[in-house]
Design a protein around this ligand. Sequence first.
Ligand code: C2O
Ligand code: CU
Length: 475
Amino acid sequence: MGAAAFSGSAAATFAFGGGKAVARAPVIAQPIANDTKKLVLDLAERPAALPCFDGKTLPLWTFEEGSLYPIVRMKLGERLDTQYANHLPRAGEYVSLHWHGLRIPNDQDGVPFMTQKPVEPGSSGTYSFVPPDTGSFFFHTHCNTDEHFGRGLVGALIVEGDEIEPSDAEYVLMMKDWRLSPEGTFLPFSTDAGAAKAGTSGTVRSVNGEKTAVFKVPSSANVRIRFYNVDPTRISEIGFEDGEAAIIAIDGNGLDPLPLVSWRMGPAMRIDILLRTAPEGGKVRLVDFFAKEPVVLAEFVSEGPAKRSGAFVPTPLKVMPFPNVDVGNAQIIPFIFSATATGEALSEFAKSDVEIGSLCLTKRTFWAINKQAWSSMDHRDLGPPLAVLKSGQSYIFDLQNTTPHSHPIHIHGHTFEVMSSSMRHVQPHRADTILLRPNERVQAGIVGGQPGKWMFHCHIIDHQETGMMGYIEVA
Ligand code: C2O
Ligand code: CU
């Protein structure tokens, strides 16, 4: 893990925004807060015996005492004031918090060296912003992220205020794997063999820290499920074995309810589901159909009197006002996601049974965007931007995956309008992370947002940290 080797003193030489503080009038009016919510986070090692660890205790890294993943709820229109302290137990293990999916000012985006100073162990920092949209978002660090995700350092941020008709109950499901050795220690969070292919996968699956999470739910009710894929690697295909359900939001963005058959989700992707629960005494199962054998991730067991009768008609959520992509005047920008020569060689090599965990690679660069591979996973060396956008102007990103692997492509501070694909019918929708299937090409509209440098990367963290990362500059 490169970050561990980074000495704290290097932070002093850091300069952000290219070293110049340029005053610019914000092009997008910032929302005015009518209330403030305070959030205190304390990043530290907290050993825990999660149910999915089968009696073993592992040194998790978490945001607060007593909860695996904090779930922060706030109302649209509130300001979120966050104070965070870094008490991680390793010298040089600096942090910053990224608010995934939120269209907030660039200086609150939480990318070390690029938008803020990294926060060293023993130090603390703050964020303050007003989320402009409702939805299911999340937060995570943006450095040595394989290990941070691997040890559990993830939290949900829910901005409420999108329901036209209240649901009968609500549940938050965080799906994440763990890399455990038979002895009950963490395996290396990233291997070269994994990083050069589909990512280093976990050995134990979980939802909310349990192998199969069981929820007691009201009978014959319409319940809302916020489902998060917060694994650094896993691609899943989420659906129910029985029961009627609809997708009511993708990455927090409301859409015309889409009957849920199954939905493919890469790392960092979220869906909000409305589920009609079983009659009293029955249950429905949430399943991952992507695995060779379908895996039951959660069970919803009905209890008590029926809440509803009649057909299941999902009520849509309120849709947030967004700048519309002006397709006719949009400039098309191609982005080609590829493997580097090293990455290809390594993935060939990985087909044999040879252990390659210890290959002496001077640089782990296996992936590239438009032939540029981000040269260091710690965000220090800024190359040129992959593209420069004008705030308020429309673009179409022509995303081309030239590899045999899937890549969930994420942009900071913006929301894509997913328009079309070379391989499948897509229901147009908004998303901050787009799963490109092997060799797929997807067209995604985007309107240049707030000025600044915005990370643009694959959210398979292994890929991100071995080159498939860059940034877009909005001027
Ligand atoms: Cu969850 Cu750079 O992103
Ligand atoms: Cu990828």
